[in-house]
Design a binder for this molecule. Structure first.
Ligand code: MN3
Length: 198
């Protein structure tokens, strides 16, 4: 069973003006599709064929395989990215809100730390909210790497490759990150990820 590009769970213009239609069309239909195609090419006819995405990318990371780290990682990363965005979602509640207060003191403090990680990731990469030893933490990774490769569960991630924001924000990565944190994070979806990770 080959890896497949999941359909975007909303319309291409659903996240405007914080993430525009053209950005989503290119990002999902072209960039993400290319990672899926290259990942299938990389595992085809190898012992990795038929294994789960998590298995392929984590073992690929241990083996230092660039095609599996980059394409496997990016396929996983974008799947999480699409399913944890929604315009105008409710603030964190329940178990997630408790975990945020425990780890950071407040949602504002979490956003501050997350933004700092996203803005200071040099070049392409991701900033993450992870579960590490039952507690929430922020981390960043370069290129296609992700927290799973480092033994942590990721429950939210922002893509800070230029293709994620250049059409909408040009070089203003801090504005993209702030707009995303304030308007596009689907905290209900993040809580589902938290429950799956605990
Ligand atoms: Mn991307």
């Amino acid at each position: 069973m080959a890896f497949e590009l999941p359909p975007l769970p909303y319309a291409y213009d659903a996240l405007e003006p914080f993430m525009g239609r053209e950005t989503l069309e290119l990002h999902h239909d072209k960039h993400h599709q290319t990672y899926v195609t290259n990942l299938n090419n990389a595992v085809s006819g190898t012992p990795n064929e038929g294994k789960s995405l998590e298995e392929v990318m984590v073992s690929g990371f241990k083996a230092g395989s660039a095609p599996l780290i980059n394409n496997g990682g990016q396929h996983w990363n974008h799947n999480l990215f699409w399913r944890t965005m929604k315009k105008g979602a409710a603030a964190p509640a329940g178990e997630l809100a408790k975990h945020i207060d425990n780890a950071f003191g407040s949602l504002d403090k979490l956003k501050e730390e997350f933004k700092q990680a996203a803005v200071t990731q040099f070049g392409s990469g991701w900033a993450w909210l992870v579960v590490d030893g039952g507690k929430l933490a922020v981390m960043k990774t370069p290129n296609g790497e992700n927290p799973l490769m480092h033994g942590k569960a990721a429950i939210l991630g922002i893509d800070v490759w230029e293709h994620a924001y250049y059409l909408d924000y040009r070089n203003r990565r801090p504005d993209y990150v702030q707009g995303w944190l304030d308007n596009l994070v689907d905290w209900e979806a993040v809580e589902k990820e938290l429950h799956a990770a605990l």
